[in-house]
Ligand binder design. Structure first.
Ligand code: PBG
Ligand code: ZN
Length: 332
């Protein structure tokens, strides 16, 4: 065979040509940085097994976000948590107006106003003594997660966050009907402009390990597979998509991201609202561990992964790498 016809290498000849024909971009404006809150003052507490990720006291987080902003990163997802002695069966601390997360929302929104987008995690697991995302119903021998009684506290939590000034609430509990319920509660209280980012296809996954360490939110008794999705399924995610859209989700999310690129693609093809992907704690830590052992280049692998998530169709990516990408200019 000689030189006739299609030759793919013609467009790979040099970096300028490769740039000319490249299809997918990462931008800081599409990235969201998650942060974990700590109750004390003046702490930046490392988390075991979660390299470079900390629990932040509000004073230090406020300074950190100022630096992030200067670096061009503007979107943040905040997680609260209750101290173990404050956790209870109903997750009461989670919808306390003076709680950690609502206080942080108020302080940060007062300071930064609309120069940042603030997203808040809405879920019961950081606040319940049993560590489940919904309320439990017990008999002497069994424990069940009760869907419908969980809606009221989740709605209450979303409302408290909205009152504190959050831009977007992000319910991560996977109870049925919670998007519709939260939308109704927000609208009835005139928070028609507070958006909902739904964890629409959230899978029961091994990739949440480091995160559970961060929040101390490992579930007791049973795992989360009666409410989170089974990783053998993708068609079922379309049903979740349909219901979350019908109930008023403004953004739909797939989580985790890397092992679920097919689901992200399906969502992108069908969803009239933006698609977010949450590249979760173990996706991040895998890169950290491999690069610490010298087997891969951290930046290159992180950017390859995040670009793949974009390429599969994600408009928005939630990633623990966002602050480093911004601070160290990885995209420049
Ligand atoms: C729970 C929640 C989880 C994450 C965010 N919210 C995991 C879980 O089901 O325990 C995981 C995030 C991560 O691993 O980075 N509502
Ligand atoms: Zn939860």
């Amino acid at each position: 065979m000689s030189g006739h016809g299609a030759r793919a290498r013609r467009l790979r000849r040099n970096p300028i040509i490769r740039d000319l024909v490249h299809e997918t971009d990462l931008h800081l404006s599409n990235l969201v940085q998650p942060y974990f809150l700590a109750a004390q003052k003046n702490v930046k507490e490392p988390i075991t097994g979660f390299t470079g990720v900390y629990r932040w006291s509000l004073d230090l987080l406020s300074k950190k976000i100022e630096i992030d902003l200067a670096n061009g990163l503007k979107n943040f997802l905040l997680f609260g948590a209750a101290h173990s002695e404050k956790k209870d069966e109903l997750g009461t601390e989670g919808y306390e107006e003076k709680g950690l997360l609502p206080s942080a929302i108020r302080t940060l929104k007062e300071r930064f106003s609309d120069s940042i987008v603030l997203i808040s995690d809405v879920c019961l697991c950081p606040y319940t003594s049993h560590g489940h995302c919904g309320l439990v119903k017990r008999t002497t021998t069994t424990l069940e997660i009760d869907n419908d009684s969980s809606l009221q506290p989740l709605g209450e939590m979303a409302l408290v966050h909205a009152r504190s000034g959050v831009d977007i609430v992000a319910p991560s509990d996977m109870m049925d009907f919670r998007i519709g319920h939260i939308r109704e509660v927000l609208d009835n209280n005139n928070f028609t402009q507070t958006a909902i980012m739904a964890y629409t296809a959230k899978y029961a996954s091994s990739y949440y390990g480091p995160f559970r360490e961060a929040l101390g939110s490992a579930p007791q008794g049973i795992d989360r597979s009666t409410y989170q999705m089974d990783f053998r399924n993708s068609t079922e995610a379309l049903r979740e998509l349909e219901t979350d859209l019908a109930e008023g989700a403004d953004i739909v999310m797939v989580k985790p991201a890397l092992a679920y690129l097919d689901v992200i693609r399906e969502f992108k093809e069908r969803s009239p609202v933006p698609v977010a992907a949450y590249s979760v704690s173990a996706e991040y830590q895998m890169v950290k561990v491999l690069s610490a052992s010298g087997l891969v280049d951290e930046r290159k692998m992180a950017l390859e992964n995040l670009t793949a998530i974009r390429r599969s169709g994600a408009d928005i990516i939630i990633t623990y790498f966002a602050e480093f990408i911004a601070a160290e200019g990885w995209l420049k």
